[in-house]
Design a protein around this ligand. Sequence first.
Ligand code: LER
Ligand code: MN
Length: 274
Amino acid sequence: MIRSAVTISLVNEARGGPFVYWDDFAGSCRKAAALGYHAVEIFAPSADALPMAMLQPIFFENELEVAAVGTGAGWVKHRLSLTSADESVRRGAIEFIQGMIDFGGRCQAPAIIGSMQGRHGEGVTPQQARDWLRAALDVLGEHARRHNVPLIYEPLNRYETNLVNTMAAGVELLQSLQTDNVRLLADLFHMNIEETDIAAGILAGGRFIGHVHFVDSNRRPVGNGHMQYGSIVSALHDIGYDGFVSAEAFPWPNSDAAAAQTMRAYQYWFGAEG
Ligand code: LER
Ligand code: MN
């Protein structure tokens, strides 16, 4: 069954970014549960920002799971990157992500590598960046395995990375790794920019797809842009996808309306199977 999730950001430096709920973690979880979400996706400033003793009662009371945890705070707060020319920055990026994998692992949730992948340029060749990225994914994928969760790698659009922009390129990267514990994140916003055909991109990702960011063409909640969901939903069924579709969208026109709109869209597209 494809399940629903909604993002909560606690990262001040990411303000203006595509996260539905902000700041109030317990209140956001209560609202998500009241709308019928199965899970939350957490964008936290650090691995120790949300102690488990505080989280567990919130998840228990609201019958919520954690769909995934983001690692992008390592970039927006500390300018860490897995492909920086500076070795200490690369090492810091790996340590930051390991901490987030451990945090997510305690909630049985995978960590996502998005903006932490960085880019080539400024003295780093495409080949060098790719080698550093592959080495990092091998280490981090195996680190995630200790928690029995995969590591999620997200191809981004060309304005955010020049490393991997499509599902097909993501599959090629994953097939070049030693670890088999990394999955792709199909973010419909990035795919709308980069794929020739979004449904075909999902088919190309196939069994490698482990998480979906469920959002419209303009990064507003599903239903507020020009994305055609029929073929996308069919493609997700065709590949046997049974993970989360997670609302990583702008809080447009506000958080509550964005969460409610995404839930209506989730029920329309996926509800009958639940
Ligand atoms: C994160 O999931 C994402 O989609 C990126 O655009 C953040 O930089
Ligand atoms: Mn995303």
